[in-house]
Design a protein around this ligand. Sequence first.
Ligand code: ARG
Length: 467
Amino acid sequence: MATSTQQSSSGQTWSQRFESALHPVVAQFNASIGFDIELLEYDLTGSVAHARMLAKVGILSEQECEQIASGLETIREEYRKGEFNPGVDEEDVHFAVEHRLIELIGAGGKKLHTARSRNDQVGTDVRLYLRSQIQDIRQKLKAFQQAVFELASQHVETLIPGYTHLQRAQPLSLAHHLLAYFEMMQRDWERLGDVLKRVNISPLGCGALAGTTFPIDRAYCAELLEFDEIYHNSLDGVSDRDFAIEFAGAASIIMVHLSRLSEEIILWASEEFRFVVLGDSCSTGSSIMPQKKNPDIPELVRGKTGRTFGHLQGLLVMMKGLPLAYNKDLQEDKEAIFDTVTTVSGCLEAMTILMQEGIIFRTERLNQAVAEDFSNATDVADYLAAKGVPFREAYNLVGKVVKTSLAAGKLLKDLSLDEWQALHPKFEADIYEAIAPAQVVSARNSAGGTGFDQVRSALSRAESLLQ
Ligand code: ARG
């Protein structure tokens, strides 16, 4: 559609400066409407606030402002009914709205863009979008924590081998193990709250880069949109994407946590561990091997973690060479942000369901697992140390006992009292009780430890954090 000036199909002219139309491939390449339509409702809300501010300072009459606001609300209704479907000709969501507004209300619509640029406009939209999404993700984090809390509450006295280097180390309360994830998610929730502070700052009124000649009231706009503050430097306001990087960073850390849990669940469900059975509502079958039950949810979460890291990296690299202020490179922030939101939200939802109904712990097998290893060896050393034997000496002695027991095919609990006393005269009959798995766990009653009393107070702490 080459005309004497460059036009989109809706007739919008960039400016009389252009004499020929965009090459169709270039138009397609340049357009963001295919994805930034996601911002539509935020764009409308931002524009209503901008119009109200223009009326407040006398740039628009009250009547012009009302006409614009109602035209914008009409577009919102059309969109919700599926009747607003702008194409590539519109370039982006901002132009699409402006063109439709002019179609709907006529010349009055042409005043809306006074004292504004798409640069401060898009920055406003993205922040409004992220603010809402972060609030939603924080709720999903709480739902996940609630599910972890409930599962943990059922398993205070269920024991599970604890590992370091993926070698059996010391037995744990299963609740203690699960609550470690509760704590990670608590930090994630707090971190997102912190990110929100930097998201909730208004760039509106920074103009293209330098501010505007009009007597605008940026604080009023910010107040209408419930921003906490305004950007104090217009160049920074239109070109800052720190908040998006921070969000992608916080989202990546959430994914690290979900991915670690996923890895554990995948291991636990294997024939080698046999710690959990996966519920039918949360596992899938094989198309060829009828015996299989696959842990697809945690595998997908582990897999999706990579793409979230990718978005963080993408945003960092996108920003690193940008001269001030706005550059079109910044259009690339949107798909990264949107996909990060979708990915983290989806993973949190799926993992919450998995925790609620998808994981059945094999308590008998777990309790038996901790009774058949040497993970009580530290407790033998601690037993002697508590009786005055220097810890390092006790440690060396127990190392020797483990070696000879292994050679004899025995566990520590199988040694006779004579054998214990031959090793060290301080051993008495109460050694058997001291190395029984439940006692070994119960005794680790230091603050934040796995002792049952500690775990019970951790559960109360968790409960109050959920309220
Ligand atoms: N679609 C653009 C973006 O997402 C909107 C801002 C365009 N600004 C401009 N100066 N071309 O970044």
